[in-house]
Design a protein around this ligand. Structure first.
Ligand SMILES: [Zn+2]
Length: 331
């Protein structure tokens, strides 16, 4: 993808003296796993083309694409497996783990010890690396400290600060940077997104995040209309939002509050440039200290929204706090 070219160049620059562990880092929605997989495939490819691109036709590429290359493993939380139940979306069923389990790392050990099947490298991709808790990360640490010959560990992380320092320090980091606003919008336009500029801003120029959010454009508008209403009714408001994934709604809420705060301090909105008039009207009437307090409440709700006991109550509570912000606002 166009914004990954610099990171791709940096990865390729390391080929001559490939380290044992690479950390591909950057904000969510930039396609880091896609890039890591492309790199892994190109390293395993047995007839690479120019500029190291995988050929897509050799036996190794065939296995890789079908997910059964003998020298490749991918570790990720069960919740990310295809067909896994995602409790945050459905609110029912047994929850698949959002953590990489220690067993998954232990099961990697025999793979790392035995010789490779195709005489090249063996590669393990771990994503997102921050989904390893301390015990799991420590189990991996041994492989990072004394990696068996011919091993490449590819860690992918949107939140490298959450990795154990001992893990981070043993990886060479390559950062995927987001494109600028115009390039992000241009790419989104090629994907057929309506209002590509607005979509890019809302996702802070992370193109894949914007693409993922495209289906929510209508629901997001419902929320922002609600939040701009002078006589907001929290109970009815929460009902209107109930069909949407709560964790998403809380993030949209958070972005709205963030933009209100920005406007209050005289900056331009970051996520809702198209709503600056409405935001300015609201922000002018709000007390910045109260606004900061609600911002903190919304941030706390983000943690709860992954497993909401009662989604409607959670939303109602946020809307009540938000409505009370305005105090004397014709309520
Ligand atoms: Zn190939």
């Amino acid at each position: 993808m166009p914004w990954q070219l610099e990171a791709w160049r940096q990865l390729n620059a390391r080929r001559a003296a490939l380290p044992h562990a690479l950390l591909i880092q950057g904000r969510p929605g930039l396609g880091k796993t896609h890039l890591a997989r492309a790199f892994a495939q190109s390293v395993l490819c047995e007839r690479p083309r120019e500029a190291y691109a995988a050929c897509g036709a050799c036996a190794a590429c065939g296995w890789f694409e079908q997910g059964n290359h003998p020298d490749y493993r991918q570790l990720q939380p069960e919740a990310l497996d295809e067909g896994a139940r995602d409790e945050s979306a459905s609110g029912e069923g047994s929850a698949a783990s959002r953590q990489i389990r220690i067993d998954q790392v232990r099961e990697l050990q025999p793979f790392l010890r035995i010789g490779t099947h195709r005489g090249g490298l063996r590669i393990a991709l771990i994503r997102p690396a921050e989904a390893m808790n301390v015990a799991t990360a420590n189990a991996l640490l041994k492989s990072l400290e004394e990696p068996p010959e011919g091993t490449l560990l590819l860690l992918v992380s949107s939140d490298p600060q959450r990795l154990l320092p001992t893990v981070r320090s043993r990886c060479q980091a390559v950062t995927v940077a987001p494109p600028d606003a115009a390039s992000a919008a241009a790419w989104l336009r090629t994907q057929g997104i309506a209002d590509p500029e607005g979509a890019a801003s809302f996702a802070a120029n992370a193109p894949l995040a914007a693409l993922e959010q495209a289906g929510f454009a209508e629901a997001r508008r419902t929320l922002t209309d609600l939040l701009a209403e002078p006589d907001l009714d929290p109970v009815r408001g929460a009902e209107k939002l109930l069909g949407q994934p709560v964790n998403e709604v809380v993030i949209w809420f958070q972005k709205w509050i963030y933009d209100l705060l920005r406007m209050r301090w005289g900056a331009l909105p970051r996520y809702h440039p198209g709503a600056s008039t409405r935001l300015a009207r609201l922000a002018g009437r709000l007390d910045p200290i109260d606004l900061t307090r609600v911002a903190r409440k919304v941030a706390e709700a983000r943690g709860l929204a992954q497993h909401p006991l009662n989604p409607k109550l959670l939303l109602e509570d946020l809307l009540i706090q938000y409505r009370d912000l305005a105090g004397g606002r014709d309520v």
